[in-house]
Design a protein around this ligand. Structure first.
Ligand code: FAD
Length: 511
């Protein structure tokens, strides 16, 4: 009997739904002859809008676009994209004198100096007025000078150092719709009215408003925060992360570029009174938002604070409020349904990880692609992988709050002292008071390895402001001369790179 899957149905046409279609199609077209591939069908409600945010990415995105055979030039043009070299954290911490600390978490992390971590040398000897990121990578310098991520005239996807994109989320879904339907993905614009299960509890069919019955072999739930199939129909519990993370609401506004000729190649995250704002500069506009805690601000109070931060750009505007369901479903794969995107879970967007998680989720699912009867061991392994991925991101996001040192608002005190931290992070935070993060401290890293942790600890100046203050006495003996020579070379190399890179807007215009 042929037990091969003949069809996969995706419900939801946001970034998650279309990324799923794109990656599944890419994997199938590489691994099977067309007659053996499951057909992919995507059902999208014409009435229910997508979440409409999610415009900053991580360096996985260029890799995926290239693998999927999407031209970077088309991508830039169709989504008004810009380059992103990292995230600039503004005012999350204060130095000893109470001055704000700003630092960049770049898409390049640490370096070795004669076989030792550059972070160790930096902690021991510093580097004049340059912070750690500025000492070892060009990203902060380039971002500040509004420079691009590669030379004019260089081929697509050419990378001298890590980069990602800022993109228009609605246009991105539109572009993927075109690409996927051209490649044979069936697109049904209809609304799922009910989800029907068989005696084993598998999804047997969906009832669509216009087309009626739609039979299911395997269904991917990409219906956003409502989790139409995974939560509502299959009843999979949702694991709430509100004990770990304080923020449960966001508000968003798109604004004009205050200085249209200057486009920063960084996402900015600025700490406000009860959360933080994002600033995502695209080619033609800037996406902004405020992620905050409803326990500390009403919507009106948050809007006042946010509009004040926006200044003239926000005058007279009414931000759109987005309630956030923060946490994840206990199991992302249940019976013959896999939840991907916001339906599967969401951790606040501080490090722009959601699309990255979608990308991994789809690839892992494609590796485990089942027959019509789902093999439990495949499903269990997939669920464990997703569990690890959520833990990886949760731990890293919690770090930012736990090591914050602001005292000017109850929110920051609560975020630091009242929130739980995952056990492994709690253990690591004990350990890192005595030595810097090392590779074996972080067990699973699709994105956040020990060097990123080092960057945050040094960026926040934690070792100078009360955390692990005795660490310098415990650092193993290092030769200052080696570091000074390394930094002299690095300074010259960085100067050369910074000088040679073009203005960001000019580069985008060329693309
Ligand atoms: P949605 O965009 O909500 O799409 C849901 C889809 O399901 C829609 O097409 C809808 O029509 C369809 N649907 C729902 N019900 C039905 C039905 N009954 N029948 C048929 N169709 C149905 N991610 C990042 O990577 N970087 C960021 O910077 C970032 N910032 C964010 C900021 C905020 C405030 C929030 C809330 C999220 C952010 N994210 C970010 C996450 C990112 O927005 C999402 O992961 C991404 O947009 C995917 O959303 P989705 O497709 O799962 O859901």
């Amino acid at each position: 009997m042929n037990n091969r899957l003949s069809q996969i149905t995706i419900v939801g046409g946001g970034t998650a739904g279309w990324m799923t279609a794109l990656i599944l199609d890419m994997v199938f077209s590489r691994t099977s002859a067309s007659k053996d591939r499951p057909r992919i069908c995507l059902i999208e409600s014409p009435n229910i809008a997508t979440v409409g945010v999610g415009e900053a990415t991580v360096p996985r995105m260029p890799v995926t676009l290239r693998q999927a055979g999407i031209s970077e030039r088309d991508f830039f043009r169709e989504t008004n994209a810009s380059f992103k070299l990292g995230v600039k954290f503004c005012n999350w911490n204060k130095d000893r004198k109470g001055n704000r600390i700003d630092y960049v978490n770049p898409f390049a992390h640490g370096q070795m100096v004669q076989g030792l971590e550059a972070a160790e040398f930096f902690l021991r000897f510093g580097n004049g007025d340059r912070d750690f990121t500025q000492s070892i990578s060009p990203h902060d310098h380039l971002g500040r000078l509004c420079k691009g991520a590669r030379q004019l005239g260089q081929p697509e996807f050419e990378q001298r150092f890590g980069y990602a994109y800022h993109l228009d989320a609605v246009k991105f879904a539109g572009m993927l719709t075109k690409v996927c339907t051209k490649r044979g993905v069936e697109h049904i614009r209809d609304e799922v009215q009910s989800v029907e299960l068989d005696e084993q509890g598998n999804v047997s069919h969906l009832m669509l408003e216009r087309k009626g019955r739609h039979d299911i072999e395997m269904v991917i739930d990409c219906t956003g925060f409502r989790g139409l199939i995974i939560n509502q129909a299959l009843g999979e519990p949702f694991l709430d992360y509100s004990d770990y993370l304080p923020n449960d609401r966001a508000m968003a506004l798109q604004i004009e570029h205050p200085k249209p000729e200057k486009i920063e190649s960084l996402t900015r995250s600025t700490a406000l009174g009860a959360g933080w704002t994002w600033r995502v500069p695209l080619y033609n506009r800037v996406g902004t938002g405020y992620v905050f805690s409803s326990a500390h601000r009403t919507d009106d109070q948050a809007a006042d604070e946010y509009l004040k931060w926006l200044g003239d750009s926000g005058k007279g505007a009414t931000p759109r409020v987005i309630p956030m369901r923060v946490g994840r479903v206990r199991n992302a794969w249940v019976k013959n349904c896999v939840a991907i995107g916001l339906s599967g879970g969401f951790i606040e967007p501080l490090e722009s990880t959601a699309i990255h998680m979608v990308d991994h989720a789809v690839r892992w699912f494609a590796e485990h692609l089942p027959t019509k009867d789902v093999e439990p061991s495949l499903r269990d392994r997939y669920n464990r992988q997703m569990d690890k991925l959520y833990n990886e991101v949760l731990e890293f996001i919690c770090l930012h709050y736990r090591l914050g040192n602001r005292k000017d608002d109850q929110y920051w005190i609560d975020a630091r002292t009242e929130m739980k931290v995952p056990d492994r992070l709690a253990e690591n935070l004990e350990l890192w008071q005595h030595r810097l993060p090392m590779d074996h401290d972080v067990e699973f890293a699709t994105l956040f390895d020990h060097r990123v942790y080092q960057t945050v600890l040094l960026g926040k100046q934690s070792y100078d402001t009360g955390y692990g203050t005795g660490i310098r006495d415990r650092i193993r003996p290092l030769k200052k001369q080696i570091w000074l020579q390394g930094m002299q070379r690095a300074k010259a190399d960085l100067a050369q790179i910074i000088k040679s890179m073009p203005d960001h807007k000019t580069l985008l215009r060329e693309i």
